[in-house]
Design a protein around this ligand. Structure first.
Ligand code: SAH
Length: 220
């Protein structure tokens, strides 16, 4: 149980995170910043680590997975250029924090997580917070979800060797995809934009994520 004084302290930490980690480092989208002010990140963190929720680094969740550093979540979200009417596909639900940020910014979020227990926990939390525009699915996200395609935005929060072909196929014309590409040790965050059948790739900088495991990524 978190006490009232602690909730107040966490709100102060959250505001400091927004100013010092996001705005000071160039996150300029007012919509993205508002979403970070709103979503209570500490609820997505494992019990013993709640007071580190707004710190400037990733934290462990279950099964050796991680919740990304706040700045990386913001950079990926801003780079995805999410608009109010968009439908977004997320691969790697994890804690559900990035999912909640996306749900604040667009009309529908489909999120796929391969680990059943992690997906169940995130789904319960997101439901409890009233994010009724989110659907968490269990499965191999490298295959995407053709049934709900095309997507205005696709965000992959685990690192693979290349963009899985089903995901580029499921992007809408004009759509964006943000994903870390590389091996276990060295990765680059990239943004792919689709114009007609052409895909343009830009680098957003170095990063480090857990592995994307599935048919169109690593096998284990
Ligand atoms: N955005 C999440 C990141 C969690 S870590 C957060 O900030 O909390 C990445 C997640 O991707 C892990 O939960 C892992 O189980 C999941 N994952 C890895 N490969 C996957 C795949 N092929 N399909 C769906 N989820 C996958």
């Amino acid at each position: 149980m978190i006490e009232k004084k602690d909730i107040d302290a966490l709100a102060v930490h959250r505001e400091r995170m927004v100013r010092e980690q996001l705005i000071a480092r160039g996150i300029g989208s007012a919509r993205v910043i508002d979403a970070f002010r709103k979503v209570p990140r500490h609820l997505f963190i494992e019990d013993g680590l709640i007071y580190q929720a707004y710190s400037d680094y990733p934290l462990p969740i279950a099964d050796g997975q991680t919740i990304s550093q706040p700045y990386i979540v913001a950079l990926m979200t801003q780079s995805l250029d999410v608009r109010q009417d968009d439908t977004v596909l997320e691969i790697g639900t994890g804690s559900g924090y990035q999912t909640a940020i996306l749900a604040e910014l667009c009309s529908k979020v489909y999120s796929i997580e391969r680990r059943g227990a992690i997906a169940a926990k995130a789904r319960k939390l997101l439901d409890g917070l009233g994010y009724h525009n989110v659907m968490v699915m269990i499965g191999d996200g490298t295959q995407g979800c053709a049934e709900k395609a095309p997507y205005d935005g696709i965000i992959v929060t685990a690192a693979g060797p290349r963009v899985p072909e089903p995901l580029s196929a499921q992007m809408r014309d004009g759509g964006r995809l943000v994903m870390p590409i590389g091996d276990e040790h060295s990765q680059t965050l990239v943004r792919i934009t689709k114009q007609g059948t052409a895909l343009t790739e830009e680098s957003l900088g170095a990063c480090r994520f857990v592995k994307l495991i599935g048919e169109y990524a690593w096998s284990n």
